[in-house]
Design a protein around this ligand. Structure first.
Ligand SMILES: Cc1ncc(COP(=O)(O)O)c(C=O)c1O
Length: 397
């Protein structure tokens, strides 16, 4: 679907046409996104909200519109979308900002399938403030919802989990967790790095307090992402950084803050990235998120059916509720060796612990190979992957 828009997909790697299956790490960019950033730098490069000259007016409008486009994409309000450097930055921001509201003995619930970016910031503040971290265990590569319920107590203040696992592809049932914490004063944070690019997300329907994601995983540029927060929560939240654009009245001893989202974006913002990001969102909207989800689901089922037939393969995937990525290992062959042989055939996959060591510990495996798809992949790519894995097995066994 639409692969012609992606110049990089025409590349040859080791004499073969590139088959790019590392989309969970980062996605490729269509011409529209690349051109929008070039256009900014070539034709209206200027700082925003600072000058009244023509160029600044043009860049300010584009930056403003980029936020509105992003807000509309997840059904948020304009002032509920804070531009961050990405998912990791968003989680660190929220953890540091919530720190002052937490006291010794308060509990934070994460899960065993979290990316390191949704673990390390919480460990850091837990140590500092003597908080207790609890982890929802896994059952058949899904969250164990029964055990999750048992973890919630009077002291639970925050639940922060991923929507889709970057290793297992599991789509977590957010409504189940929401039901467990109904009418409890618990902040619910969703790491949507792997879901916003692939499925339609409506923050109002999901009733999320805070949600984070990255532009580069959805055809947009690196260096920009989103921290969504409910208006009333962002209003109460203290930023981590201060400076120009985030403050209103300043004298030698004091200052007042502006409103959200600007109070969280001190300094010159990510102008070119925001423009590229909005272009990526428009590109996805043009195809339609429903269409993307359906297409990827079919591609996944095709890949899963074929890959599980490979001899001595172990798949790390739930039976249902799964997104478009497959982690696997082959008996007696190191995942890095598989990736290396696939690379010789022009196929890009990832091997390792995928920044999720508590998860690999929980499922008792050191490393896996991961093939992750996006809408510009097709069944031919899957066939090449299967061919490549079989070739690797032949060479390495
Ligand atoms: C589930 C999940 N959370 C967080 C991250 C971190 O995203 P970023 O590196 O864009 O900050 C990733 C990246 O792979 C991820 O898959």
């Amino acid at each position: 679907m639409n692969e012609k828009d992606f110049p990089i997909l025409k590349r040859k790697i080791n004499g073969h046409n590139l088959v790019y299956l590392d989309n969970a790490a980062t996605t490729q960019k269509p011409n529209q996104v690349i051109d929008s950033q070039i256009d900014y730098y070539k034709n209206y490069n200027s700082n925003v909200h600072r000058g009244i000259h023509q160029l600044s007016e043009e860049s300010s409008k584009m930056y403003h519109d980029a936020r509105q486009t992003t807000a509309d994409f997840i059904n948020a309000k304009f002032n509920e979308v804070v531009f961050t450097a990405g998912t990791t930055d968003g989680i660190n921001m929220i953890a540091n900002s919530l720190k002052s509201q937490l006291k010794k003995g308060d509990e934070i619930i994460l899960s065993e399938m979290e990316h390191h970016s949704n673990i390390a910031p919480w460990i850091k503040i837990a140590k500092k403030k003597k908080l207790i971290l609890k982890y929802i265990p896994l059952k058949d590569f899904e969250l164990d919802y029964k055990k999750a319920k048992d973890l919630i107590s009077e002291k639970t203040k925050i639940i922060a989990i991923s929507h889709i696992s970057n290793v297992l592809g599991t789509i977590n049932d957010i409504s189940k967790i929401k039901t467990m914490i109904k009418n409890k004063n618990i902040i619910f944070i969703l790491d949507a790095a792997q879901s916003v690019p692939h499925i339609k997300i409506d923050v109002k329907k999901l009733d999320i307090d805070f949600l984070v994601f990255s532009s580069h995983k959805m055809c947009g540029p690196t260096g920009i992402g989103v921290l969504y927060g409910k208006e009333e929560l962002l209003d109460k939240l203290e930023p981590n950084q201060y400076g120009g654009g985030a403050v209103e009245i300043v004298n030698k001893d004091n200052f007042t803050l502006t409103e959200s989202p600007f109070k969280f974006e001190a300094g010159t913002p990510k102008i070119a990235q925001a423009i590229g990001f909005a272009s990526a969102i428009k590109y996805l909207n043009h195809i339609g998120m429903d269409k993307i989800e359906k297409y990827e689901h079919e591609l996944y089922e095709y890949a899963h059916k074929k890959i599980k037939e490979i001899k001595n393969i172990t798949l790390y995937a739930p039976k249902k509720n799964r997104s478009c990525l497959i982690s696997f290992s082959i008996k007696n062959i190191h995942p890095h060796d598989i990736s290396e042989i696939l690379n010789q055939k022009g196929i890009a996959v990832r091997s390792g612990n995928h920044c999720a060591q508590p998860l690999t510990q929980a499922i008792n495996v050191n490393n896996t190979t991961r093939a992750s798809f996006y809408f510009y992949n097709n069944k031919n790519d899957v066939d090449k992957l299967i061919e490549g894995i079989n070739y690797a097995i032949k060479i390495l066994s």
